[in-house]
Design a protein around this ligand. Structure first.
Ligand code: PBG
Length: 327
């Protein structure tokens, strides 16, 4: 045979493959979601997320120091609180001495440079497990009342020392309202990473176990997006950018790589993607059964998410991935 081009030339050896690699992964790309719970000396494994833990504040601080030492520089924080603190308004979310506010301060005291992004949504504080305030007559999630609550919540996170807030609720207009509140209250340096296109997904199941935050009735389809839609994601993300979002997120990641790419093609702000709890659980379960190689699945999935267009990735694998990349 006489061939003008032999494409396999660029794949012949590891050095040439490395030279022409189009995507590289680094621990600088990762944000680690962490679950914080009440009490002391608590380290609880989440049954549907093997080898992933909820920790009390004292244990969280120890873990955060270790995370920093392996190159994890950004966290997304979630809290699990007792049921007696939950109601329909979610007001525990902006208690200045609440668990989230204490956690932000404790982490900043222990590792001042660690970047803290806080989850902003009412579900861990709602007696109904919904991301917003429920109209008790109709079951509908009230948009504008919820935006007001999310603004109070964001201000209290900023007051405690958060670097970014990350609204995961999908209400309309919350990014603009939070940006305005930050400007008016001397928090002009606090950023917003919006969950811009967040789909109503079954892949959040293990997370809801972790925070005991599954919806008490119905589902989240009146606020989270229909997974059949692509154009709508662009619309959602563009609105959030106009309202002042600094970083836009797509969630989940692995089944939504097309959305990550579409968004990447139209925005100039950084794009993040969330490899969610169900994605973690699937890889863990298959690896546990000996059906796939866990370490290879971690690196391949994260590289694919980055190749699709994510500049940064929220992943429960951040710690093992950082270790693997350092080897
Ligand atoms: C809730 C929230 C969810 C996740 C992050 N924030 C769950 C939901 O929307 O029901 C999911 C994260 C994951 O599955 O890893 N505001």
């Amino acid at each position: 045979m006489y061939l003008q081009h032999r494409n396999r030339i660029l794949r012949r050896s590891q050095p040439i493959r490395d030279l022409v690699a189009e995507t590289t992964l680094s621990s600088n790309d990762f944000i680690l979601p962490i679950f914080i719970t009440e009490g002391k000396n608590v380290v609880e494994e989440i049954p549907s997320m093997p080898n992933y833990f909820r920790r009390s504040l004292d244990e969280t601080v120890k873990e955060v120091k270790e995370l920093w030492s392996v190159g994890i520089k950004a966290l997304n924080t979630y809290v699990k609180i007792s049921n007696h603190l939950k109601d329909n308004t979610g007001k525990e979310a902006w208690n200045p001495n609440g668990l989230m506010q204490q956690a932000i301060k404790a982490i900043k005291d222990a590792v001042p440079e660690m970047l803290i992004m806080t989850d902003v949504a009412l579900d861990p504080f709602s007696k109904y497990g919904h991301d917003g305030i429920v109209d008790e007559k109709t079951g509908y999630i009230l948009n504008d009342e919820t935006v007001n609550a999310l603004t109070l919540m964001s201000l209290s996170h900023a007051e405690a020392g958060a670097d970014f807030v990350a609204p995961s609720d999908m209400m309309d207009g919350r990014i603009g309202a939070i940006r305005k509140a930050f400007e008016e209250n001397n928090f002009s340096n606090v950023g917003i990473m919006t969950y811009g296109a967040k789909y109503a997904s079954c892949f959040y199941g293990p997370f809801r176990d972790a925070l005991d935050s599954a919806p008490g009735f119905g589902d989240k389809k009146t606020y989270q997006m229909n997974f059949a839609n692509r154009r709508e994601a662009i619309n959602e993300v563009m609105k959030d950018v106009e309202e002042g979002a600094d970083i836009v997120m797509i969630k989940p990641a692995m089944a939504y790589l097309d959305i990550i790419r579409e968004v990447k093609n139209v925005v100039t702000v950084p794009v993040s993607a969330y490899q969610v709890s169900g994605e973690y659980a699937m890889i863990k379960a298959a690896a546990h059964n000996g059906w796939i190689d866990e370490n290879k699945a971690i690196i391949e999935s994260l590289t694919a998410i980055k190749r699709a267009g994510a500049d940064l990735i929220l992943t429960y694998f951040a710690k093992p991935a950082a270790k693997l990349l350092a080897e």
